[in-house]
Design a protein around this ligand. Structure first.
Ligand SMILES: Nc1nc2c(ncn2[C@@H]2O[C@H](COP(=O)(O)OP(=O)(O)OP(=O)(O)O)[C@@H](O)[C@H]2O)c(=O)[nH]1
Ligand SMILES: [Mg+2]
Length: 328
């Protein structure tokens, strides 16, 4: 240890065992460096500090890159539900997402394999559903953070390629997701209850069903399936069945849309409140304002399960399409 170091240096060095993060270590080391006097006796020490600083800076850079990378796999939810579009490489996930969201680009650049998830909104009637395009599920390698992304979703849209052994693709994908502890809701009965599994609604899009020949292949595909799956033949390229796919997606999100009105006026059907199936009048009141929740006496409802304008209480279970007039 060189001599003639100021007391500040030693105070700082004591602290140096304390900092937790790389950034804190860098700050401290820089501070220490600044109090080391420049002379022959400290040459070696200063060189050593510069080396450590360079190493820490490098570490900080890779942390930053990792943090950036991680955040791309955590897509904040938006709209009426989040749909993870998953499947083997090249089945048309990205093309399908672009077609469903209406964001299809018209540039002719060749399609690229997806490395990072990307969200897009799919308009449907008076709501928006969030779609998330994901990197492929393949036997060779699956990005581990994809698991959490899928688990957080409200629905899995599994895309297989009608022209590339779709039965095999379906089975492989289900098996890979199973390794991730993600299973289709329809298979719930197969698993013992204590397993830490996430069950999600699954829809299977059998993509690249572009023409009559595709329809024939699809018929064969259905005959060969040994389990009943909610499948739909689609073509992201021609747009075949995409409207039906949108309907199926929304129908499987387990959501209801309700509308509010004030006495003597019509409801605004362009602005629904979206709730999970099973939500009650209290949930609606709470969503509008906490005052409504506290002061609500009853509500009148127009809808499928009630007479027009029927009076209902707080525990009334809302139905899709209900128009609600809250009385406080
Ligand atoms: N014939 C036909 N080709 C399609 C269809 N949808 C996508 N493709 C083509 O399939 C290829 C792969 O499409 P992508 O959308 O990149 O597939 P992906 O599943 O996102 O691929 P990865 O991100 O690599 O997993 C492209 O050449 C698309 O043009 C379709 O409906 N019919
Ligand atoms: Mg892709």
């Amino acid at each position: 240890m060189p001599t003639n170091l100021p007391p500040d240096y030693f105070n700082l060095e004591k602290q140096f065992r304390e900092p937790e993060t790389v950034e804190e270590k860098i700050d401290l080391l820089q501070e220490m460096y600044s109090v080391v006097p420049k002379h022959k006796g400290t040459d070696h020490l200063r060189a050593d500090m510069r080396r450590r600083l360079a190493k820490l800076n490098q570490e900080a850079q890779s942390h930053k890159a990792a943090a950036k990378h991680a955040s791309t796999f955590r897509i904040p939810k938006a709209g009426a539900g989040q749909v993870a579009i998953v499947g083997p490489p090249g089945t048309g996930k990205s093309t399908l997402m672009a077609a469903l969201s209406g964001e299809a680009s018209d540039d002719d650049s060749p399609p690229r394999s997806t490395f990072e998830p990307a969200p897009a909104m799919m308009p449907f009637e008076n709501i928006q559903v969030q779609l998330v395009d994901t990197p492929p599920l393949s036997q060779e390698y699956v990005e581990p953070r994809l698991k959490d992304l899928i688990r957080r979703a409200n629905l899995v849209l599994l895309v297989v390629d009608l022209q590339q052994d779709p039965i095999e693709q379906l089975k492989d994908s289900i098996r890979l997701l199973d390794d991730f502890h993600i299973a289709p809701r329809q298979r719930r009965d197969r698993y013992p209850e204590d397993q830490a599994l996430t069950f999600l609604p699954f829809l299977i899009s059998v993509n690249k069903c572009d023409d009559a020949q595709g329809e024939e292949l699809y018929t064969i595909f259905c005959e060969l399936l040994d389990e009943k799956w909610p499948c739909l033949p689609v073509s992201a390229q021609t747009g075949h069945n995409l409207e039906r796919l949108k309907q199926e997606i929304v129908a499987n999100l387990d959501i209801i849309r309700v509308y509010t009105k004030v006495p003597g006026k019509e409801a605004d059907h362009n602005a629904p409140f979206v709730f999970k199936t099973g939500s009650t009048l209290e949930d609606l009141a709470g969503r509008i304002h906490k005052d409504f929740l506290e002061k609500m006496k009853f509500a009148r409802v127009w809808g499928k399960a009630v007479h027009d304008g029927q009076m209902v209480q707080r525990n009334y279970v809302l139905q899709d399409g209900d128009v609600v007039e809250i009385h406080i």
